[in-house]
Design a protein around this ligand. Structure first.
Ligand SMILES: NC(=O)C1=CN([C@@H]2O[C@H](COP(=O)(O)OP(=O)(O)OC[C@H]3O[C@@H](n4cnc5c(N)ncnc54)[C@H](O)[C@@H]3O)[C@@H](O)[C@H]2O)C=CC1
Ligand SMILES: O=C([O-])C1=[NH+]CCC1
Length: 344
C-alpha cells in the first residue's frame, strides 16, 4: 500500500522557494486564469468568513477558508499545470499588540492531488500569503501603471512610492518595490511613527540607492507619489482625493482593511479612478457598496493589453484570491520535488 501521509512543509522549508520570479509568475498565472475567456479551467468558489466574536474590538478575529482548482494554466517550467488547494487563514488585527507580538495574518495551505483528491501536502503559508499579495501589487503596478508609458517602462521609468501602513504587508511592499522597480524616493507613513522609522532603516540596510522619508501623515506621503501602497486595518479613509498628485497619473494598490476592503481609500478617490480587481466573482460578494464601477480584472488587462491612459488614476482593489495561493503553493511543491529529484 502506498504511503498516504501528507508531507508537512514548515515556514523554514517553504521560505527559500518563495523567490520573486517564482511568486510573480504564479500570481500572474492565477490572475489570468480567473478571466472568463482564459483557456485555463478555474473553479474558485466564494471564500467563507467565520467571525470570532469578542467583547473587545482588539481581540476580534476571522477565519477564512479559500478553496481553488486551477486547471491547465501556463507556467514557464512545466507548460500546462494544474493545482487543487485550500488555504486556511486567520486575521487577528490585535496580534501585533501582544507580548511577544504575533503576525495579524496566519495561514496554511492544503495541497491535494487533482487526479485522486488525496491530500499531498500541508504548507505553512504566512509568508506565502504576504509575498503573493505583494506579487499581486507588483504585477498590477507593472500592467496598470508602467505599461501606460510603454513596453519597458517598468525597467526605465523612475517612480516615487508611498507606503501607508508599515506592518508586515507595508514592509514587504516597500522592499519588493525598491528591489523590482526604479524607486527614486520612498515615502513611509504609519499610525505610530516608530514603525515607519523602522521601515526606513530596513530599506537603507537592505536596498539603498533611493531617498527615504518618514512622513507624519498619509497626505504628506501621497502628495508626490506616482504609486501608493496602502495596507492597514483602517475602517476610515486614509487617502483622499486632494492628497494625490494634482497632475494625475497615479496608481494605488489598495491592499488592506480586513472585512471592508475599500475603507482605506476615500469615495472622492474612487469617483475619479478606474478600479481594477483580482476577480469579479469575489468582488460581487466582497465589494458591496464600492463607490465606483469596476473597469476590469487585472488578468483581462494583461491578456487584452488594454492599458490605462497616462494621466489616469487607477486603483487595484486587492482582495486576495485562493487561485493565487494554489498556484504559488503548487510552484513551491514542484520546486521542492525538482530539488529532491536532482539529489537522487
Ligand atoms: N489583499 C490581500 O490579499 C491581503 C490583504 N491583507 C490585509 O492587509 C492589511 C495589513 O496586514 P498586515 O500588514 O499583515 O498587518 P499588520 O498588523 O502587520 O500591519 C497593519 C499596519 O496597519 C496599521 N494600522 C492598523 N490599523 C490602523 C488604522 N485604523 N489606521 C491607520 N493605520 C492602522 C498598523 O499600525 C500596522 O502598521 C490587513 O487589512 C490585512 O487584512 C493581508 C493579506 C492579504
Ligand atoms: O487573501 C487573503 O489571504 C487575505 N485577504 C484578507 C486577509 C487575508
Amino acid at each position: 500500500m502506498s504511503d498516504t501521509t501528507p508531507a508537512y512543509y514548515g515556514a523554514d522549508a517553504v521560505g527559500p522557494f518563495l523567490t520573486w520570479p517564482l511568486v510573480n509568475e504564479a500570481v500572474e498565472s492565477a490572475l489570468k486564469a480567473v478571466v472568463k475567456s482564459s483557456p485555463a479551467l478555474t473553479a474558485q468558489p466564494r471564500r467563507t468568513f467565520t467571525p470570532i466574536g469578542s467583547q473587545s474590538v482588539q481581540d476580534q478575529g476571522l477565519l477564512l477558508t479559500m478553496p481553488a482548482f486551477v486547471g491547465n494554466y501556463e507556467t514557464s517550467s512545466r507548460g500546462g499545470s494544474s493545482t487543487l488547494a485550500c488555504k486556511l487563514v486567520t486575521s487577528f488585527s490585535g496580534n501585533a499588540q501582544r507580548q511577544p507580538p504575533l503576525p495579524s495574518i496566519l495561514a496554511h495551505v492544503l495541497v491535494f492531488s487533482h487526479q485522486t483528491g488525496q491530500l499531498a501536502a500541508i504548507m505553512e503559508a504566512t509568508d506565502l500569503t504576504t509575498r503573493r499579495t505583494v506579487a499581486a501589487s507588483l504585477v498590477s503596478t507593472k500592467y496598470l501603471y508602467f505599461r501606460r508609458f510603454g513596453p519597458d517602462a517598468e525597467v526605465t521609468r523612475p517612480i516615487t512610492v508611498a507606503i501607508v501602513g508599515c506592518g508586515v504587508q507595508g514592509q514587504m511592499h516597500a522592499l519588493a518595490f525598491c528591489q523590482s522597480f526604479r524607486v527614486r524616493k520612498l515615502l513611509c507613513n504609519n499610525r505610530s511613527r516608530a514603525k515607519a522609522e523602522e521601515l526606513a532603516k530596513l530599506i537603507g540596510l537592505e536596498v539603498g540607492g533611493q531617498a527615504v522619508e518618514v512622513c507624519e501623515s498619509s497626505r504628506e506621503a501621497c502628495h508626490e507619489a506616482d504609486v501608493i501602497c496602502v495596507a492597514t486595518f483602517a475602517k476610515e479613509p486614509l487617502i483622499h482625493s486632494q492628497d494625490l498628485k494634482p497632475s494625475g497619473g497615479v496608481h494605488i494598490n489598495a491592499v488592506g482593511a480586513g472585512e471592508i476592503h475599500f475603507s482605506e481609500v476615500a469615495p472622492s478617490v474612487y469617483r475619479r479612478s478606474k478600479v481594477y480587481v483580482d476577480c469579479y466573482a469575489n468582488a460581487e460578494a466582497e465589494l458591496v457598496g464600492l463607490p465606483a464601477p469596476i473597469t476590469a480584472e487585472v488578468g483581462e488587462v494583461i491578456l487584452s493589453k488594454d492599458y490605462p491612459k497616462e494621466q489616469d488614476i487607477t486603483v487595484f482593489q486587492s482582495m486576495g484570491m485562493a487561485s493565487e495561493d494554489a498556484c504559488v503553493a503548487q510552484a513551491v511543491l514542484d520546486a521542492i520535488s525538482a530539488g529532491k529529484d536532482k539529489d537522487e
